[in-house]
Design a protein around this ligand. Structure first.
Ligand SMILES: Nc1ncnc2c1ncn2[C@@H]1O[C@H](COP(=O)(O)OP(=O)(O)O)[C@@H](O)[C@H]1O
Ligand SMILES: [Mg+2]
Length: 369
């Protein structure tokens, strides 16, 4: 049985341009409607900060604090299969602190896994058009839920890789130290590569299915995991030794799962180079919905979905197919849009819906059909 997971209420202070805010949500669909620059993205960002301690907009978390304010605090009341908890994050003079039901949580990474959320925002087009690192982070995130220990493999692997590279670049041929680091790289790299490959398999399965549903005029999507074969430990180790000189010269390690990628093609052509912007956006959205599905299967819970300005560049047919998907999902959805016309299209979802208007940092509940 897949358990429901909902934000019931948010309280936020000192968050970007928002006035102190307290909102109760629908367990199904919540829509934030307002012109540009009013605070829609800021509200979704606040939910993301409350659930994970991080922003999807910036790595510089202090940017989220309202100008002129000493700090921010944002709390969400989470209903997890009938059990309620309060998750809070404060950012201020003492840095970032997270707590659950008033108890401080030591590690932000551990905190972030309590309430899985999936966010789609306009920069996520990078999943299709951007560098491999973006798609690798996606695989890392999926692996974190499907196989939590993969985070430790990744950290140990990256640490050993960095040490080896530093030794190589110092040109000190400390053969014993190099050998030791390469032994760790092989062991952790094999694990990490396997975690990537399993995450990619799970993603591919869901992605092709979801893309078919969203894509009105059927376009064949092909997703291929691009990672090297590292199953033979001895061959991996020998290859690392062979590449020492080249890696020293190039100043970066050339072999291993830190270079993994996903190749996406539409109608037999690279989606990154040949797809239209609308197709790329739809594919990026489908990737996010597939991520949600992967986490759902792994966690046996419905991750909460935050969709920032998702429909701006979709045509009507695609918008309808996205809303049909939203109608059928059991995940709680938060959706922001500047388009009033979208609200009437949303009526087709026939879901319990709450609409909020966002103007000049004030958010008001408009209706509760
Ligand atoms: N740290 C901050 N403090 C105060 N206002 C901010 C801060 N960061 C951004 N803003 C302002 O918040 C407003 C709302 O931004 P945003 O939430 O992105 O709007 P929307 O998504 O509705 O288009 C913008 O006018 C922006 O200039
Ligand atoms: Mg916005």
């Amino acid at each position: 049985m897949i358990t429901p997971l909902k934000f019931e209420r948010v309280t936020a202070r000192g968050l970007r341009n928002l006035h102190p805010t307290e909102l109760d949500f629908s367990p199904a669909l919540n829509v934030f409607l307002g012109d540009n620059g009013q605070g829609k993205t800021s509200l979704l960002e606040g939910l993301c900060v409350a659930a994970t301690g991080r922003s999807f907009r910036t790595d510089q978390i202090r940017e989220v604090i309202q100008s002129g304010s000493a700090g921010l605090s944002v709390s969400v009341q989470v209903n997890d299969d009938g059990f309620c908890r309060e998750q809070s994050v404060t950012i201020g003079a003492k840095g970032r602190q997270a707590s659950i039901d008033g108890k401080r949580v030591a590690s932000m990474a551990a905190y972030a896994t309590h309430t899985p959320i999936v966010v789609f925002f306009p920069d996520d087009l990078d999943l299709v058009t951007g560098a491999a690192a973006t798609r690798r982070s996606l695989l890392d995130r999926i692996a974190l839920y499907t196989n939590p220990i993969s985070q430790e493999w990744r950290l140990a692997y990256v640490r050993a890789l960095r040490h080896r590279q530093r030794l190589l670049e110092k040109s000190c041929d400390d053969a014993r130290a190099l050998h030791a680091f390469e032994a760790i790289i092989v062991e952790q790299g094999q694990n990490y590569a396997r975690a990537h490959s399993e995450a990619a398999q799970s993603l591919c399965r869901h992605l092709t299915e979801i893309f078919d549903v969203l894509c009105v005029h059927s376009l064949s999507l092909e997703v291929k995991f691009a990672g090297v074969e590292l199953a033979n430990a001895e061959a991996y180790r020998q290859e690392l030794v062979k590449r020492r000189a080249g890696d020293r010269h190039r100043k970066r390690p050339s072999l291993g799962p830190h270079r993994d990628d996903l190749h996406l093609s539409l109608g037999g052509r690279s989606a990154r180079h040949h797809a239209s912007q609308g197709q790329q956006r739809l594919l990026a959205l489908a990737i996010k919905l597939a991520e949600l599905k992967c986490i759902q299967v792994a966690r046996q819970a419905h991750p909460i979905l935050l969709l920032d300005d998702v429909v701006s560049e979709l045509d009507l047919q695609r918008t309808v197919s996205v809303f049909e998907w939203l109608r059928d999902t059991d995940s709680q959805v938060f959706l922001s849009t500047p388009r009033q016309d979208v609200i009437s299209a949303l009526a087709i979802t026939k879901k319990e819906q709450r609409t909020f208007s966002v103007a000049d940092g004030q958010i008001q509940h408009k209706s509760c059909p």
